[in-house]
Design a binder for this molecule. Structure first.
Ligand code: UD1
Length: 421
């Protein structure tokens, strides 16, 4: 099994270019199932999750042409040969459930195995099904966990989401795009990735308004056409590199980032004393080498609140600043798996329910740690950059699911990190 060996590195310096957003490209790739024609997607990051979803689309009958070196994928889902997503692919990636909405809308049937819980919590998907049912689908779950949704024709509906779930909002948008009549999603997720998906479907000839607010209106259309689309930059990757600059007290220019998408990260880093300069043409310069850095409190929330995906990298950073910080995780119920690992590196973090209390100014030391999930893994790599000695991070397949060329990008900034088999 591959591992990362991370050594204490000096302050990171230089510039890094952010890749296309993982959480945007996955629903966009799924949405290509909505039409018969070629969909050309640009700025596709070279990630394991992207490869898994492309395999899934191909297994359903789509023609998938990848030129991943140039971050380009062309998909033509002219013929759908099955509406049953292979279980082994769904198990490899929870986001596979995103094919359900488009399959149901396009063919009248979708069968997908329940993705199940994961390291960061139970992650139920009942809101996806609530949406499909409201649109007129029949949804059945077998004893083995196979979910089958069927319909004679979806019809627009008013859907209130009990929680602004990103995946449920995306699945409902995709299904409603080909439904008869108008759908209104209330308490919808407002993430930039929802807006990117809506823009993509609108380019295909869809009629979606209000994406990016809590009320999304979708006028269904009889069919959609092929288009070309470039994926937005990954705000979570950008945030991770901002944290890498801050934790190493370095100075890094982050290119290809949309500052509006990362307002809470910018605000919280500034509260800690990190200097951030925003230049719309150049990017965002993050300087952790100017002033002494101090603690802050964060509370994760659905967008536009502080992103849960940056909670663990931020926590790694907070272990190194002066003072005590409190983190409250409200989006996922079990997203503190990295705490044990950080404590094994000399951090002093206590958790109680949704809260974690971090005593700062700790001298971290290298240790053998496990990347329990994607973002926890990134946090451990960041901690390894400032820990005395060597940090060995295992289970790095989690990290490689979501960060394109992570090691290369860090090495270019001066980090001492290598991947070993
Ligand atoms: C997406 C992101 C993930 C991010 C998360 C929250 C992708 C591929 N992944 O995941 O990186 O951490 O948003 O910003 O875009 N929930 C329910 N019932 C449901 C659906 C969700 O209770 O039917 C709960 C989940 O258990 C979780 C919370 O809602 O506690 C957020 O989940 P959701 O917004 O759906 O996240 P994902 O779409 O899975």
């Amino acid at each position: 099994m591959a591992k990362f060996i991370v050594e204490k590195s000096g302050p990171l310096r230089g510039e890094v270019t952010i890749s296309g957003a993982k959480n945007s490209v996955l629903p966009i790739l799924a949405a290509t199932l909505l039409c018969h024609e070629n969909c050309e997607i640009e700025a596709v990051p070279d990630l394991n999750d992207v490869h898994i979803l492309c395999s899934l689309l191909a297994s359903l009958g789509a023609e998938v042409e990848k030129d991943i070196e140039n971050n380009y994928v062309n998909i033509k889902a002219d013929k759908i040969i099955t509406n049953h997503a292979p279980e082994e692919l769904v198990r490899m990636m929870r986001a596979s459930i995103l094919v359900m909405g488009p399959l149901l809308a396009r063919t009248g049937k979708a069968a997908v195995n329940l993705p199940g819980g994961c390291a960061i919590g139970e992650r139920p998907v009942e809101l996806h099904f609530k949406g499909f049912k409201a649109l007129g689908a029949n949804v059945e779950i077998s004893e083995t966990g196979l979910v089958t949704a069927t319909t004679d024709g979806l019809k627009g509906a008013n859907i209130y989401l009990d929680f602004p779930s990103v995946g449920a909002t995306e699945n409902i948008i995709m299904a409603a795009s080909l439904a008869e009549g108008t759908t209104i999603i209330e308490n919808a997720a407002q993430e930039p990735e929802i807006v990117d998906l809506a823009n993509f479907i609108n380019k295909m000839g869809g009629h979606i308004r209000g994406a990016g607010t809590d009320t999304i209106k979708i006028d269904g259309v009889p069919s959609l056409r092929g288009t070309r689309h470039s994926v937005i930059p990954d705000r979570i990757e950008a945030g991770t590199f901002m944290m890498a600059a801050a934790i190493t007290r370095g100075s890094v220019l982050i290119r290809n980032v949309l500052p509006n998408h990362i307002k809470p990260i910018i605000a919280k880093l500034r509260e800690c004393g990190v200097e951030i300069f925003i230049n719309d043409d150049e990017g965002i310069l993050v300087r952790g080498d100017v002033a002494p850095l101090i603690s802050t409190d964060i509370k994760t929330l659905p967008y536009p609140g502080f992103p849960t995906d940056i909670q663990s990298p931020f926590m790694a950073f907070l272990t190194t600043v002066q003072g005590r910080s409190v983190v409250m995780e409200t989006v996922f119920e079990n997203r503190y798996m990295h705490v044990l690992e950080l404590n094994s590196m000399g951090a002093r973090i206590k958790t109680e329910g949704k809260c974690a209390i971090i005593d700062g100014n700790k001298k971290l030391h290298g240790s053998e740690v496990i990347a329990t999930d994607l973002r926890a893994g990134a946090a451990l790599v960041l901690a390894g950059l400032v820990a005395e000695g060597e940090t060995v991070v295992s289970d790095i397949y989690h990290i490689e699911r979501g960060y394109e060329k992570f090691v290369d990008k860090l090495v270019k900034l001066g980090a001492k990190i290598k991947r070993v088999e």
